[in-house]
Design a protein around this ligand. Structure first.
Ligand code: NDP
Length: 255
């Protein structure tokens, strides 16, 4: 078995984050899973993990969680920044307030955690930060501009961070999932349906909503979150991980 590591996984109440947390527990690591819906992490607790309440957009929550892990374990080896939201609709119609909130979660949520774990990782002289982006961090499709922008930003942030941290023994890995069967796809379909009910973008939104719905319902191909969890486990255990892992089904991305 690989060396036992202390891990913190965000967004561990469903989908990819829950699969990652369970996979790391199965691999023998000590795992803290954080999310707002702690009631959704009883399965993680039963498996031997440690659920903990945290909203990544709240400074005080993030500080409390990092302090708890460090006070209890004395170290933190792995941070998986997975918590994320989607936001779908035309640029013309999407209120900027919603876009700002998306960035608070998808970009600044990860940044808050990075800032707080780094002093410990630098002192340890080791650590791995895994940022869950998306294949949408490399390409952009219509009706999701703010989501794609947030993931592009997370990728630039990660690439810069990797270069800052190499000398301290801290590694930075980007994960780019394709189409993964989680509640995220269901939420995407619902948002696009709201757009498709009216307005100039209706037909485009309807086509995209169908695609997201089919992925969630299993009617079309979508990968199991476990494939992402396995890639992250491999990245953590590898002595020199790749900078980027593209994982999961990539078909049907374009209209
Ligand atoms: P889910 O909707 O199943 O999971 C999202 C997770 O993020 C939940 O655990 C949710 O927990 C958490 N989360 C959302 N907002 C916050 C917040 N403010 N504070 C703390 N946690 C939060 O979707 P996925 O598992 O699919 O998504 C996980 C990541 O994978 C996201 O970053 C997403 O962008 C990325 N991704 C997903 C793809 C897919 O096809 N599914 C494709 C590419 C990337 P809670 O609500 O309990 O707080």
């Amino acid at each position: 078995m690989a060396e036992r590591k202390v891990c913190l996984v965000t967004g561990a109440s469903s989908g990819i984050g829950l699969a990652v947390a369970l996979e790391l527990v199965r691999s023998g690591h000590t795992v803290y899973g954080a999310a707002r819906r702690v009631n959704r992490m009883e399965g993680l607790r039963a498996a031997g993990g440690h659920p903990i309440a945290m909203d990544v957009s709240r400074d005080e929550d993030v500080a409390r969680v990092v302090r708890t892990v460090l006070d209890t374990q004395g170290r933190l080896d792995v941070l998986v920044n997975n918590a994320g939201l989607g936001l779908h609709g035309s640029i013309e119609d999407t209120p900027l307030e919603k876009a700002r909130h998306l960035f608070e979660v998808n970009l600044f949520g990860a940044a808050r955690l990075v800032q707080l774990v780094l002093p410990a990782m630098r002192t340890q002289g080791s650590g791995t930060i895994v940022n869950v982006s998306s294949i949408g961090g490399e390409i952009a499709l219509p009706l999701g501009a703010w989501y794609y922008a947030s993931k592009h930003a997370l990728e630039a942030f990660s690439d810069s961070l990797r270069q800052e941290l190499g000398r301290f023994g801290v590694r930075v890995v980007l994960i780019q999932p394709g189409i993964i069967k989680t509640e995220f796809e269901k939420g995407t379909a619902q948002e696009l349906r709201d757009v498709s009910g009216h307005g100039a973008y209706a037909s485009m939104a309807e086509a995209m909503a169908k695609r997201a719905e089919q992925a969630f319902s299993g009617k079309s191909k979508a990968s199991d979150p476990l494939v992402v969890a396995e890639a992250i486990r491999e990245a953590i255990n590898s002595p020199s991980p790749e900078a980027r892992y593209v994982v999961g089904y990539l078909g049907r991305l374009l209209l």
